[in-house]
Ligand binder design. Sequence first.
Ligand code: IPM
Ligand code: MG
Length: 370
Amino acid sequence: MTANKKILVLPGDGIGPEVMREVRRIIEWMDRRRHVSFAMEEGQVGGAALEATGSPCPDETVERALGADAVLFGSVGGPRWDSLPFEKRPELGILRLRKELGLFANLRPALVMEPLVDASSLKPDVVRGLDLMIVRESTGGIYFGEPRGIETLPNGKRRGVDTEVYTEEEIARVARVAFDLAKKRSGRLTSVEKANVMQTGRLWRAVVSEIGKAEYPEVELSHMYADNCAMQLCARPKQFDVVLAGNLFGDLLSDLAAALTGSLGMLPSATLGAPDASGRRHALYEPIHGSAPDIAGKGIANPCAQMLSFAMLLRWSFGMEEDAAMIETAVEKVLAGGLRTADIMGPGTARVGTSVMGDAVLRELDKLAA
Ligand code: IPM
Ligand code: MG
């Protein structure tokens, strides 16, 4: 790979900045030990951007994101901004970036690392070895559909409207991402909607079936209603490999799947746009955990999800599989060695803070690179 890989870092709010600090140390380590350097820039998003510029996602941030090869995102939001009007909410930071960069495919792995098998609230046997991937559509559906809003009716009562809408192209392009992934993994794909009650669900099921038949006959496709999928995820999660869903169902199911692993602080995600002719695509990488305002600034947050998001960035944006796997292995080794942040404590493990966890991952990286 050529140098000059341009990364825009957006630490955001809450624990974002402190977990991002540990990723920066990995990046410095890679510079020293692996001789790969990145052109890094830092920008503002969320509540932090709101305080500084009056907008949770300033135009400047969008422009810099459009110019970068990849965006590494921390998290946004916090109680300080909870009562703001809708258009000022920090969450709009991530929604606008998804939309403006065309990041329609949100990849959310739920993986149970062996050292953490007891962290799940489910029985170890139910989750041991769990490794599934939710592919969530992320620029359409009810999150963006029009009309939307709260209006006052002639009788003085208010009426709220959101619109679930999907075109066949929107369904098809995210379905292809899911089929491609299923092909690389176990060859199984579960597509989720509510075709029993929703028109978008009927179309979703039809389009996914057509693409499966015409383009991916080797992938074993099944369809499941979203409510049943929620139940099955709790009861028998290992039946799933790749799960494809629209924006809202994917939002719900990915939180549920994350909870199965018992360690929200461990899970990364990637959100990808369409590749252009040269194969370059916009992409944003972020941990699933959010800003965790209750523990922000205390130095106790788990930096692993942010580190693993960086590993996903290396893999998906720069094709650096070896380096990505090295970071993942280093994290797993630290956990196997018994160090834990507060969120993933277990019997017989030692509790450490954010930066000590970072130290430990760097030590494992040193060993792996030796
Ligand atoms: C997520 C979050 C976001 C979403 C919020 C912060 C807007 O819940 O990434 O899952 O609903 O998409
Ligand atoms: Mg969510």
